[in-house]
Write a protein that binds this ligand. Structure first.
Ligand code: NDP
Length: 285
């Protein structure tokens, strides 16, 4: 039986820390504030917005939701982002993506001030992960993977980590964050040869591909730590990860469940970035 790396204790530990930090910000007359920018009514966005609102409220973080019609153009959204950049009482911005095709997503992302880019969407934020310093934050999911590993005290120094998936929101940034912690990282993707063999040879496997239960026990070996970032739905509508939990869990040393793993830690990490942005804004961090 593998150790279950559940998100709940990580979320609870983060909440204890964040409540103290929010109280300290209140003492400085600062209400940490998140702007949520949504274009249209995509069910995924609405669901994440509800979760974020609940988590923010429980931590004492204010949220301002800004909603545009799905027919909005690049200029309209640019005006909203510009207003957020200028508004000193807003510390972080969460922009739901993908944006409708009528909007130039790259142009919009780069308009956001890196100081308020709590989800690592600007090129400046991504560059700061590579350089190891800068104003932005890592994408919340990539940062959540690191929080999960740290909470469960998984040794990273010298560990061989195979990251499956190379998107800008998860695979690439998480690989850089792991490198910065002295892990040896192998990046894999859809054209990787002998993927199962590479995965079996790792100490830690991070799966972020979006393939529902796409990786079975043939890809894993005894004692490994498996971080399943995937949030997928099977043919019956059940949420599942990228890893076939039922066959892999008996084989490996530790594994994150889906649901109940990285997903909830991601929401808390977003809130942690808002609090840190507010602290930075008044020189507390
Ligand atoms: P993308 O579609 O942007 O990227 C998927 C990556 O997986 C690509 O790099 C792709 O390779 C790789 N891939 C696809 N098929 C294979 C394969 N057969 N073998 C190896 N690699 C493969 O997805 P995201 O990064 O946005 O999301 C990945 C997963 O994470 C999804 O399930 C998503 O729902 C979930 N997610 C979870 C979050 C959380 O909070 N837990 C937050 C955000 C996303 P290539 O580049 O070659 O095409």
């Amino acid at each position: 039986m593998a150790e279950l790396l559940k998100g709940k204790p990580v979320v609870e530990a983060m909440a204890r820390d964040l409540e103290l930090r929010v109280a300290r910000l209140h003492e400085h007359n600062v209400n940490p504030t998140l702007a949520i920018v949504r274009v249209g009514q995509r069910p995924d966005d609405l669901s994440y917005e509800r979760t974020a609102l609940k988590r923010a409220e429980s931590l004492g973080i204010d949220v301002r939701s800004m909603v545009l019609n799905e027919t909005a153009c690049t200029e309209e959204l640019a005006t909203v982002i510009d207003a957020i950049n200028k508004e000193v009482t807003i510390h972080g911005c969460l922009l739901f993506r993908p944006l409708p095709p009528s909007i130039d997503e790259n142009a919009i992302c780069d308009l956001l001030s890196p100081e308020k880019d709590i989800d690592g969407i600007t090129r400046a934020s991504l560059a700061s992960i590579f350089v190891g310093q800068g104003a932005g934050f890592a994408p919340a999911t990539a940062a959540a993977v690191m929080r999960m590993l740290d909470y469960y005290e998984v040794p990273l120094h010298g560990a061989h980590v195979v990251v499956v998936g190379r998107s800008l929101v998860i695979g690439k940034p998480v690989a850089q964050l792991l490198l910065a912690r002295h892990a040896t990282v192998t990046m894999c993707h859809s054209r990787t040869a002998d993927l199962a063999e590479l995965m079996r040879g790792a100490d830690i496997v991070v799966c972020a591909t979006g393939r529902a239960r796409g990786y079975g026990k043939e890809c894993f070996s005894a004692g490994q730590v498996v971080i399943d970032v995937g949030i997928n739905f099977d043919g019956e509508g059940n949420m599942c990860g990228d890893v076939d939990f039922a066959t892999v869990e008996p084989v490996v040393g530790a594994i994150t469940p889906v649901p109940g793993g990285i997903g909830s830690v991601t929401t808390s990490t977003t809130m942690a970035h808002v609090v840190e942005a507010a602290e930075r804004a008044i020189g507390l961090s």
